[in-house]
Design a protein around this ligand. Structure first.
Ligand code: FAD
Ligand code: EPU
Length: 340
């Protein structure tokens, strides 16, 4: 396999940031992945980027002096079933939303609340994608991954992935050590609908849905998301730029005294998870624009590229927001998006 030189990554990241990859290659089969890792082993060990859909990445330099390997592994198959479940093995380069639609068309239940999340199946365990009361960890049986240093395929059970809110072992202990090649999902033959989250019930009513099924839940989620999240094909973004922070119950009560409209969700450890979008809006950033970078006017947690922003412009805005939220609420925001 040959490495392509000086490739623009603008169309490969949902922020639409222009950056040049010094070395770039696409792998469409495991053999192609093995071949390229064999060929450039030392250089890949030194520095590389496994690229999926580029929907959770912000490139901050004009030149990316690393080997970029774009994952295009394809394939979806049922490998076993029991009375209640299908076990569906999905290659890491499949598009997430297309996979969700495939599940809905086949009557495989569980992923419908995760409709319309951009990116690839292989990236879904990395930050344990989640939306509308479901996280992908609830549906993953195991993850197959290629260890770059050892050049071996390894299998991670759900427990071994150490999933947490927007977190997994692939972001911590094993960061940049593995290429996720396949994910095995355990999907239900009999749906258990999770419509309790926020706007889903309301949306189903507005849509006049009386017959609840996985397609109607998916349609409702798609409608809600489309009403407030910018479409990256039109306006560059990477979804939530920051994670929702957890604070102590005491701090939550203190903020509530001055801001009775704050909402929080209790965590098992007694802390309270609050909405970073609310904090950012309260601090006055919603709809703010500085040059080509901005804070979305319908969802303050989403930073946007008006068209020609550089990655560092977006990053600088994120720094200002972090410092402002620290000043106003004494809460440190953590970025969800991977900064490169
Ligand atoms: P990339 O951005 O390409 O990569 C992300 C990270 O994972 C990088 O560090 C990359 O190196 C690594 N990586 C990717 N693939 C592999 C692999 N096969 N092996 C090893 N490492 C890999 N996220 C949510 O959780 N919930 C949401 O509701 C949500 N909504 C979004 C809405 C919009 C409009 C956008 C733009 C983004 C949203 N996101 C959401 C974030 C994003 O879609 C997810 O994080 C998604 O899983 C990223 O997939 P990707 O293939 O684009 O990953
Ligand atoms: N809110 C505001 N102002 C805003 C935005 C939000 O006050 O500008 C308030 C809302 O009114 C609501 C609360 O914040 O009370 C939560 O808002 P929303 O339901 O839009 O969800 P979120 O917490 O902002 C999280 C995820 C999203 C996921 C949605 C739906 C994180 C970091 N983000 O957003 O995931 O789609 O819930 O479940 O957890 C992503 O990770 O990229 C992402 C988009």
């Amino acid at each position: 396999m040959t490495l392509l030189k000086n490739i623009s990554l603008k169309k490969y990241n949902s922020f639409g940031i222009e950056t040049i990859a010094r070395d770039f290659s696409i792998f469409q089969s495991q053999d192609e992945l093995f071949e390229i890792v064999d060929q450039y082993h030392d250089r890949i060990l030194e520095s590389h980027l496994i690229l999926g859909g580029g929907s959770n990445i912000l490139f901050t330099s004009q030149l990316l002096d690393t080997i970029v390997l774009k994952n295009e592994l394809k394939g979806i198959q049922i490998i076993k079933e029991d009375d209640d479940h299908f076990y569906v093995e999905v290659a890491a380069g499949e598009n997430w939303h297309q996979f969700v639609l495939h599940c809905i068309n086949n009557g495989w239940a569980g992923v419908e609340n995760l409709s319309l999340i951009p990116g690839t199946v292989g990236a879904s365990p990395i930050q344990n994608i989640g939306a509308y009361g479901v996280e992908v960890k609830d549906l993953i049986d195991s993850v197959e991954a290629y260890h770059i240093a050892d050049r071996t395929i390894q299998n991670f059970t759900n427990a071994a992935c150490a999933f947490d809110y927007r977190d997994s072992i692939f972001k911590t202990k094993w960061k940049n050590q593995f290429v996720i090649t396949k994910v095995l999902f355990r999907l239900s033959k009999f749906p258990i609908f999770k419509t309790g989250y926020g706007a889903i019930e309301t949306e189903l009513k507005n849509m006049g849905i009386t017959d609840l099924n996985i397609r109607s839940v998916s349609d409702a989620v798609i409608k809600i998301r489309s009403s407030k999240l910018p479409d990256p094909a039109i306006i560059g973004n990477a979804g939530s730029f920051f994670k929702n922070p957890s604070i102590s119950k005491e701090q939550f009560e203190t903020i509530k005294q001055s801001h009775p409209d704050i909402t929080g969700y209790p965590n098992k450890d007694g802390s309270v998870k609050i909405a970073a979008g609310w904090l950012i809006e309260k601090a006055g950033w919603k709809g703010y624009r500085e040059g080509e970078a901005g804070c979305h006017s319908l969802q303050a947690l989403v930073l946007i590229n008006y068209g020609h922003a550089s990655g560092s412009e977006i990053f600088d805005l994120s720094e200002k927001i972090i410092s402002s939220i620290n000043q106003v609420f004494k809460i440190p925001l953590e970025r969800e998006v991977n900064i490169l």
